[in-house]
Write a protein that binds this ligand. Structure first.
Ligand code: C2E
Ligand code: CA
Ligand code: CA
Ligand code: CA
Length: 277
C-alpha cells in the first residue's frame, strides 16, 4: 500500500509538471499569436427591447490559431490575465474595436455604441485612461460611441482607484457598463457611487428565468432597482421568445443573445448593417 501511495505521488507530481508545461507552452503561443496578429474580433448586436432597433455591438475576441483553429476566449483570457498578457492584448482589442467602428461610420452605417470587455489588470494600469484617450484620438472615434464593460469584482476591487478612473473616463463621454451583474458580491447601492451608465444582467439568471421562479425574481428585482437608480439594464444571453416576453414585462431596456443574433465576423457584421438600411 505504501508503494502504491508513492507511485501515486509520482504520477501526481508529473501531472502537475505537465500541466504547468502546458500552461507555459500556451503562454508562449499567446505571445507569438499577438505578434503574428492571429487574434480577431467578432461582434454581437445589442437591441432596444421595445423597438427592436440595434443600439450597439459587443466586441468578443477569438484566437484564430493555425494549429488549434478558432479558440474561444474562455480558453485563453484567464491565462492572459494571470500572465499580464491581457494588457497588450486588451490594448489591441480597444484599438481594433475603435478603428473598426470608425471605419463603419465612415462607410455610412448609422453610428452606434461599441462595447468592449476590460479586465481588472488593465484598469489597474496607471496609464489606462491615457491609453484610452490616445486610442480615441488616433482612431477619431467620438467617445460617446465607446462603452467599457467591467465586471463587478473589477469595479469594487479598489473602489477608490476605480472611482477616479471611471470618473475621468465618464467625463470624456465614455459609457461604463457593469458586466455579469448578479454573480458577484457588490450591491447596486455601492455601484451607484461609481459613475456607471448600464448594468448587464448575467446570462445565468436569464437562462433559467422562464422555469426558475427565483431567477425570475432576481431579474425583476435587478431591473427595478437599476431603474430607480437611473441606470439602464441590458440582459445578456437571451435565447427564447419566453425570455424576451418576461424582460419586456419588466421593462428591461436592452437585449443581446442568440435569439436575436449570434456574434458575427466583421465581414458578416458589415453585411448585416447594410441589409438593415
Ligand atoms: P461576456 O462578456 O459575458 O460575453 C458574453 C458571452 O456570451 C460571449 O461568449 C457570447 O458569445 C456569449 N453569448 C451571447 N449570447 C448568448 C446566448 O444567447 N447564449 C449563450 N449560451 N451564449 C451567448 P464568448 O464570446 O465566448 O466570450 C466569453 C467571455 O470571454 C466574455 O463573456 C468575456 O468575459 C470574455 N471576453 C471576450 N472577449 C474579451 C476581450 O476582448 N477582453 C476580455 N478581457 N475578455 C473578453
Ligand atoms: Ca461582456
Ligand atoms: Ca456574462
Ligand atoms: Ca437557478
Amino acid at each position: 500500500a505504501k508503494e502504491n501511495g508513492k507511485n501515486q505521488m509520482v504520477v501526481y507530481t508529473s501531472e502537475i509538471n505537465s500541466l504547468s508545461m502546458e500552461r507555459f507552452k500556451m503562454e508562449n503561443q499567446l505571445r507569438k499569436a499577438l505578434e503574428r496578429k492571429e487574434f480577431v474580433l467578432h461582434y454581437q448586436p445589442q437591441y432596444d427591447l421595445e423597438t427592436n432597433q440595434i443600439i450597439g455591438i459587443e466586441a468578443l475576441i477569438r484566437w484564430n490559431s493555425p494549429d488549434r483553429g478558432m479558440v474561444s476566449p474562455v480558453e485563453f483570457i484567464p491565462l492572459a490575465e494571470e500572465t499580464g498578457l491581457i494588457v497588450p492584448l486588451g490594448r489591441w482589442v480597444l484599438e481594433e474595436s475603435c478603428r473598426q467602428m470608425k471605419t463603419w461610420i465612415d462607410q455610412g452605417i448609422s453610428p452606434m455604441i461599441i462595447s468592449i470587455n476590460i479586465s481588472a489588470r488593465q484598469i489597474q494600469q496607471k496609464q489606462f485612461v491615457g491609453d484610452v484617450k490616445m486610442i480615441l484620438e488616433q482612431t477619431e472615434l467620438p467617445p460617446e460611441y465607446l462603452c467599457l464593460e467591467i465586471t463587478e469584482s473589477t469595479a469594487i476591487k479598489d473602489v477608490e482607484i476605480s472611482m477616479n478612473m471611471l470618473k475621468e473616463l465618464g467625463e470624456l463621454g465614455i459609457k461604463i457598463a457593469i458586466d455579469d451583474f448578479g454573480i458577484g458580491y457588490s450591491s447596486l447601492a455601492m455601484l451607484k457611487q461609481l459613475p456607471i451608465t448600464t448594468i448587464k444582467i448575467d446570462r445565468s439568471f436569464i437562462r433559467d428565468m422562464d422555469e426558475d421562479k427565483d431567477d425570475a425574481a432576481i431579474v425583476k428585482a435587478i431591473i427595478a432597482m437599476a431603474h430607480s437608480l437611473e441606470l439602464t439594464v441590458t440582459a445578456e444571453g437571451v435565447e427564447t421568445e419566453a425570455q424576451r416576453q418576461i424582460l419586456l414585462n419588466e421593462n428591461c431596456n436592452y437585449v443581446q443573445g442568440y435569439y436575436y443574433k449570434k456574434p458575427l465576423t466583421s465581414e458578416d457584421c458589415y453585411k448585416y448593417f447594410q441589409n438593415m438600411h
